[in-house]
Design a protein around this ligand. Structure first.
Ligand code: DX5
Ligand code: ZN
Length: 227
């Protein structure tokens, strides 16, 4: 079963709790929190205070807080996000000089460790770290903003990562983030993704959060029946 991780970046922040609750009630397994520092990416978003505020809601629903750190030198903030309630912390490989040390530090905090790759970063950049991580995140847009278009070559990259993981027997989650919509969800899942992040396709003015999540589930049915 492919998991859905709604990205709160596109939520209405004046009623964040309500929107998050709606997503969890509709069956979202994870909540994706996009942390941006204005250095690694040209945008500034949210920090540990929001993770802390979401923690009781997520815990009550049995939903994991999936924190995506699009920040320079993320090792400076790992303890803070762990204390705030992050269940998974994903760092960008481009932002880490000592990636192995950073991944170890995440796990020592009792948090699942993820590594993310920008669209132009080759899979070879994570080859050596694969045995040490719980998740690999393929960015299918350039990080920084919600609502961008899916880069079509990402699908082949996802399929190649799936092969790498299967060949080595590594059980890490394969998460895909950026431009994921109900119309391309099946293609991405069929290529081997196990977690789909979606921001603007879940939190928008066209349909309710529950309707958008139902559209994803409907789209993903075809993948389950193909397997
Ligand atoms: C982009 C973030 C994404 C973003 C996805 O830099 O990492 O998680 O929220 O937004 P959509 O689904 O709208 O592309
Ligand atoms: Zn993200």
């Amino acid at each position: 079963m492919v998991k859905l991780a709604p990205s709160i970046l596109s939520a209405d922040f004046t009623r964040l709790g309500e929107q998050v609750q709606e997503a969890m009630d509709a069956g979202a397994e994870w909540l994706h929190v996009d942390v941006m520092d204005g250095h690694f990416v040209p945008n500034i978003t949210i920090g540990p205070l929001i993770v802390e505020a979401l923690r009781p809601l997520a815990r009550a629903a049995g939903v994991l807080l999936d924190v995506h750190l699009m920040i320079e030198a993320p090792e400076r903030y790992l303890a803070t996000f762990a204390e705030a309630g992050a269940d998974i912390m994903t760092v960008q490989v481009e932002a880490c000089v000592h990636l192995h040390r950073t991944v170890q530090a995440i796990r020592e905090l009792g948090v699942k460790a993820g590594v993310a790759l920008n669209p132009a970063t080759p899979l070879a950049a994570v080859e050596e770290i694969l045995p040490f991580v719980d998740l690999v995140l393929i960015m299918s847009v350039n990080p920084g903003f919600g609502g961008q278009a899916y880069i079509p070559t990402s699908t082949a990259k996802i399929a190649r990562l799936r092969q790498m993981l299967d060949k080595t027997g590594i059980q890490a989650e394969l998460e895909v983030d950026g431009g994921v919509k109900a119309h391309n969800a099946a293609e991405i899942a069929a290529a081997g993704a196990t977690v789909l992040v979606a921001g603007s396709a879940i939190f928008n003015r066209e349909m309710s959060v529950a309707e958008n999540i139902a559209a994803f589930r409907q789209a993903l049915l075809s993948v389950i029946s193909d397997q």
